[in-house]
Design a protein around this ligand. Sequence first.
Ligand code: BGC
Length: 558
Amino acid sequence: MHARGTRAHDARRARGLPALAALALAAAACSSEEAVAPAPPPLPDIAYAGPGPLAGASGAGGFRLGAASAATQIEDRNPTTDWYVFTLPRAEGGLGRGADFVGDASRGFSKAIEDVALLQEMGLDSYRFSVEWARVEPQRDVIDEEALAHYDRLLDALVAAGIRPVITLHHFSNPVWVDDPRRTDCAGGPGDDNLCGLGHPEGGPLVIEEMAEHAALLAARFGDRVDDWGTLNEPFNYLLAAYGVGVFPPGKAALLGDLLGEFVPVLRDYLLAHAAAYRALKEADAVDADRDGGAADVGLSLSVGEWVPARSHRVSDDPEDVAARDRMAYVYNHLVVDTVLSGRLDVDLDGAPDVELPGLRGALDWLGVQYYFRAGVTGDGGLVPVLNLTPCVNGLDFGACVPPVDETFCVPAMRYEHHAPGLYGALADLGARYPGLPLVVTESGIATRVGERRAEVVVRALEQIERARGEGVDVRGYYHWSLYDNFEWAEGFAPRFGLYTVDYGTYERTATKGAEVLGEIARGRALTGALRAAYGGEGAMTPEPEAAEGFEGCSGTW
Ligand code: BGC
């Protein structure tokens, strides 16, 4: 049995005891050296039904066990993506932004077919990945047939292995011609080699049109093997990084200027692109590949955080901070889905939707939920003026950062806290807010070099999902982020999110304890009580050595 996990289990058991019983146990333990506390009853197994459809009533009760990745983060050298020119060193003609040059990433393009064996080894039933738009359409309206043939081969291999593909259309990357990071002023207006991007008065509608054409092409080409499509990945997070603070390409920083005038139009265009892609996928994918009742089940994936009210580096119950937390949760966790379901965008971010976005209303068959962190928000001083709040993000601490629930929950490589129960909280909240909308955890994971920690994150996520399902929340699967280590965007290659670690010298993939444990669960279609006792619960996790080596905290100082 695993020592840290046992501690976690003991802590949970102790918390569950009434105070008097706990006192009696403690007294008995003190009264005699030999006294042995009664063994806690074994934790029940959690059994999983087979995978089912992501959308529609018939899918309720089914459960998928999968892993996720994204093209730019794994695929070999591709000069036609915006990330390539954004991170290419200045001396070589790029912008030299971010921690590392994306380069060959994890060689996930040349190794795509052999990587299917990693999924098979774990017995996973589904794989969520993205098709690189820039590979398929390196120049505007010029289609690379060889790129399409590559994804054809990957899909064939997945289907032959009995693994359901879930394709993400847009996962944080663009062809350079969509919004060239080297020419963000867009002097002269949109042209074929630079559409000037989302939010641009003339270019925005062109980007929307192009995304819909791309969706239609993939649906027509791959729809015979794919039923599950995700249009956008973490819309708010992506737009914040790419157009809010500029740490992702194209590197525009609207938050520093006119938030409502510049950022909201970008959000509007992105959601219109979702609507257009949703319709295009539905029209062009007519084949029910899984023979489970739906030809194209189209959703999107949302990033959710566990936001806590904070002040002066402490959790706060001051009504100002509680209100600031609620505004943050609204904008970060709810705004996108509220807008898609109602079809109306809250353009002044005051909580009341006002502008109708044509074609958007109800364009969502399932919702992907992606959970990584717990963080504080304070109403004391407004770093984000329109919202009148200051969050604790990326180690930036203006008093909103709070101590972690347990210091082992700190994720040094990402400067935030991973708190497993936050996933339950998010699922319960979304389930209550959007009744009838099926949920699936399309990502959750941790940056760590310690296999036991990854195993703990896998088991604890599944326990928290079960807690939500037990209360009637319709959650249809769990995809661990990520299948193997990859390019963590602006953070470069240091954070390790993989079930398999990648040796960046040889590109060899090696299973972590996380892969072993997820494999045991997937092959047996059950999370056993023994695995739960070893890795589960809500207590301390195996520590990250980096945290012990003088690391200050999860997020700034506290
Ligand atoms: C993204 C992934 C990313 C992961 C870990 C999510 O925000 O979808 O691309 O690697 O989180 O940070």
